[in-house]
Design a protein around this ligand. Structure first.
Ligand SMILES: *Cc1c(COP(=O)(O)O)cnc(C)c1O
Length: 438
């Protein structure tokens, strides 16, 4: 037998979905290791204290953010997005899937997050700020009680110009790290995989960021970035595959979402469960957000990751229990997808471990579906997302298909993870693609 069929054979009883996954078919996988939250919470290496620490750090930096990025004035320097109900999209999804969909459908508009236009404005920016704060405190430039708007000054930028920040990215993480790093005065280098869009590279270069391009995939870009950074003590590498800071930066979203739900009078309890659909690449973004959600809502929230059929990294890692030790290529997939934010073949091991007792499941989507859903949510609600960010829209129908019924008092939240920075021309191409695929 070939190595691939050996591998498929090995998992055919514990993870039967692997056969369809290897043929790039859409699957829905329920996590058999999910535990009641009271038990699950003791298994995490993260705590409520660490999540609060991240929230407090972002609050300390709010005066700086407000000063350096005036578009955040209205929110007091807090980088946050709206949560909106989308009844027209729900109606269009019913027609599209030919199934009655009950419950409340909402979209979390991270596609409009200020500064970086994607979910990476949470974790990525947080990690840069933490590095900058650590350097500034160690060198006696600030203490935690100070007004951090001093970070937006020529003196601070001159100090930071001795230091570098380095990241490997399929695009959006590079944007958030590069933009924030350059704004603080750090030397920023982004190692970009072949999936990265040209406009993202152009934008970063226009901000003085060094962009290094590779013909190969994301894992290789990360490896090169890590290697380069490790040779320089004045350099910090943002490790998308295992960074605790990224994870915690993302986790802060949950408590803020809770406030948005309260403000809109939407209950979350045993009778009113919450379902969250999170597009997933290496896992840090959706993992950090899910960790925060469980912390806030416990067993009343159900988190699902969505991956492309050709790059099901976390699904493979969790389904086989191999975590970061198995890749899409190991089962014969090519890892190629139009969803550049999700074009990851090998998962973060840290995220797989964290999610084992917390995540409800993972489902996969064909690239064509992403484009159709991208067009659907624009036609229904005027919301512009990038292909990666449309993935969650399939969630409500996929849960119905898997469970046989939907709870009528449930709230379903589609995490729209990116889009506002996509050039209009490029976005029109996506939209046409979706219209033609109907
Ligand atoms: C990065 C990204 C994701 C997934 O985040 P991971 O941390 O890679 O799992 C989803 N959507 C978009 C638009 C992204 O840029």
């Amino acid at each position: 037998m070939s190595p691939v069929s050996d591998l498929l054979d090995q998992y055919k009883t514990t993870f039967p979905e692997i056969t369809d996954i290897a043929q790039a078919k859409e699957v829905f996988w329920k996590n058999p290791k999910l535990l009641p939250y009271e038990q699950a919470k003791h298994l995490s290496e993260f705590t409520e204290v660490s999540e609060q620490g991240a929230a407090n750090r972002l609050a300390r930096f709010a005066p700086y953010i407000m000063s350096a990025f005036p578009e955040t004035k209205a929110s007091g320097g807090i980088i946050e997005s709206e949560l909106v109900e989308v009844p027209n999209a729900l109606a269009k999804l019913e027609a599209y899937y030919g199934k009655a969909l009950v419950g409340r459908l909402m979209v979390k508009l991270d596609c409009n997050l200020p500064i970086a236009g994607s979910v990476k404005a949470r974790g990525g920016i947080y990690e840069v700020l933490k590095y900058a704060e650590t350097l500034a405190i160690e060198n006696g430039l600030v203490s935690k009680g100070d007004d951090y708007s001093v970070f937006d000054s020529d003196g601070f930028r001159a100090f930071f110009s001795d230091y570098s920040i380095v990241v490997g990215s399929t695009g959006n993480l590079g944007l958030s790290i590069g933009i924030m790093g350059a704004s603080l005065g750090l030397k920023a280098t982004v190692h970009m995989s072949a999936d990265a869009r040209q406009w993202k590279k152009d934008l970063l270069r226009s901000k003085g960021v060094t962009v290094i391009e590779y013909e190969s995939d994301y894992s290789h870009a990360v490896e090169q970035g890590r290697l380069e950074s490790s040779q320089d003590p004045k350099s910090h590498f943002v490790d998308d595959e295992s960074s605790k800071d990224l994870f915690l930066g993302y986790s802060v979203a949950a408590r803020r979402l809770q406030q948005q739900l309260i403000a809109q009078g939407i209950a979350v309890d045993a009778e009113h469960p919450l379902y969250i659909y999170l597009p997933c690449g290496v896992g840090g973004g959706p993992g950090g957000i899910s960790f925060g959600m469980k912390l806030v809502f416990g067993d009343h929230v159900h988190c699902y990751f969505v991956e492309p059929t050709h790059a099901p990294a976390v699904l493979l890692g969790m389904g086989t229990g191999q975590h970061e030790n198995i890749s899409a290529q190991d089962i014969g997939l090519d890892g190629l997808t139009a969803a550049d934010g999700l074009a990851v073949s090998r998962a973060s091991g840290m995220v797989c471990r964290e999610m084992e007792p917390l995540l409800d499941g993972v489902f996969t989507l064909d690239d064509q579906e992403l484009f159709k859903l991208l067009a659907l949510v624009f036609d229904a609600e005027g919301i512009k997302v990038e292909p990666s960010a449309a993935a969650g829209l399939a969630g409500i129908a996929r849960v119905l298909q898997a469970d046989g019924a939907l709870e009528s008092k449930a709230t379903h939240i589609v995490w729209a993870t990116g889009g506002s920075m996509v050039p209009d021309e490029e976005w029109q191409g996506y939209y046409q693609n979706g219209v033609e695929a109907r």
